[in-house]
Ligand binder design. Structure first.
Ligand SMILES: NC(=O)C1=CN([C@@H]2O[C@H](COP(=O)(O)OP(=O)(O)OC[C@H]3O[C@@H](n4cnc5c(N)ncnc54)[C@H](OP(=O)(O)O)[C@@H]3O)[C@@H](O)[C@H]2O)[C@@H](O)CC1
Ligand SMILES: [K+]
Length: 246
């Protein structure tokens, strides 16, 4: 199946229109569905099963960046907790741009999800044990990332590259550090085991290593007419699913 992709510019336009005066979604609504779909994709690719010893790991280490990609990660962590996982969230740079990010953090507190912060810049790796950790969620940057990466994120990404053969990485929308349109542009780059594209895949998704990376689409919130207006066909989600493997 050939999958249509949309450029970073068009993705930003789609977002703007969905949240514009005519359609009127709020960012919180879309982020809730985006984060929920990331959590659901993880249940599909990395199920936990108490009866099977080899599937007993439960920790999911979520790294949340300062923007909406990070917000998706905060939402996904909350749903993962409800799905029976033990999420741990590392949120090194908290932006005040959207006041509701603070509410997402409060909700994590409410669900007793451990939250690391800037003070943990030197020891966040201590929370990542191969024997306990199902996967790492890369919710650092999405379609608004502009290279070069500023601290502390380059160090974090470098560590993830070292870890990815031991603990699978789940990238939300864009593998962090990749150019949204041109894919991996640096010498060392993240190669996720699972990519969850939101709404519609971005061009960088065509650079994934298909042998290693499962690719899902999530963010089930647009109509056929809307998709066609932006030049692609809607995805055939089944039943009540929020994700589709593509
Ligand atoms: N319709 C959909 O599909 C929906 C998509 N959603 C999600 O939103 C994502 C896009 O979110 P977004 O626009 O907030 O941008 P995102 O990529 O998180 O990064 C911006 C932040 O990163 C920072 N930053 C940038 N470059 C940097 C650098 N080099 N080094 C360091 N920092 C850098 C930048 O800082 P600034 O430059 O502004 O100071 C800002 O704080 C999208 O991919 C999807 O996951 C859903 O939530 C809703 C519905
Ligand atoms: K990401």
């Amino acid at each position: 199946m050939s999958i249509k992709v949309v450029s970073s510019k068009l993705a930003a336009e789609i977002d703007k229109e969905l949240m514009g005066p005519h359609i009127g979604f709020t960012l919180q609504q879309l982020m809730e569905l985006a984060g929920f779909s990331v959590a659901q994709a993880i249940t599909r690719e990395f199920p936990i099963n108490k009866a099977d010893q080899s599937l007993r790991k439960k920790n999911v280490f979520v790294i949340a960046g300062p923007g909406n990609n990070g917000g998706d990660g905060l939402v996904a962590a909350r749903h993962l907790k409800l799905f029976g996982y033990n999420p741990i969230v590392y949120y090194p740079k908290r932006s005040e741009k959207q006041p509701f990010y603070k509410q997402l953090v409060n909700q994590l507190d409410f669900f007793k999800v451990p939250l690391l912060s800037q003070e943990d810049n030197d020891n966040w790796m201590d929370y990542l044990k191969e024997e306990d950790t199902v996967c790492i969620v890369d919710a650092i940057f999405g379609f608004s990332f502009k290279p070069p990466m500023r601290p502390p994120f380059q160090d974090i990404v470098d560590k993830l590259v070292e870890l990815e053969d031991k603990i699978p990485i789940v990238s939300v929308d864009i593998p962090t550090g990749w150019d949204v349109d041109q894919g991996p542009i640096t010498e060392r780059f993240i190669s996720p085991s699972l990519l969850v594209s939101l709404t519609v895949p971005k061009p960088c998704s065509t650079f994934i290593n298909k042998k290693k990376t499962s690719h899902y689409i999530g963010g089930r919130f647009i109509s056929r007419e809307f998709a066609n207006k932006f030049g692609f066909e809607p995805f055939n989600y089944e039943s009540t699913d929020q994700v589709l493997k593509i």
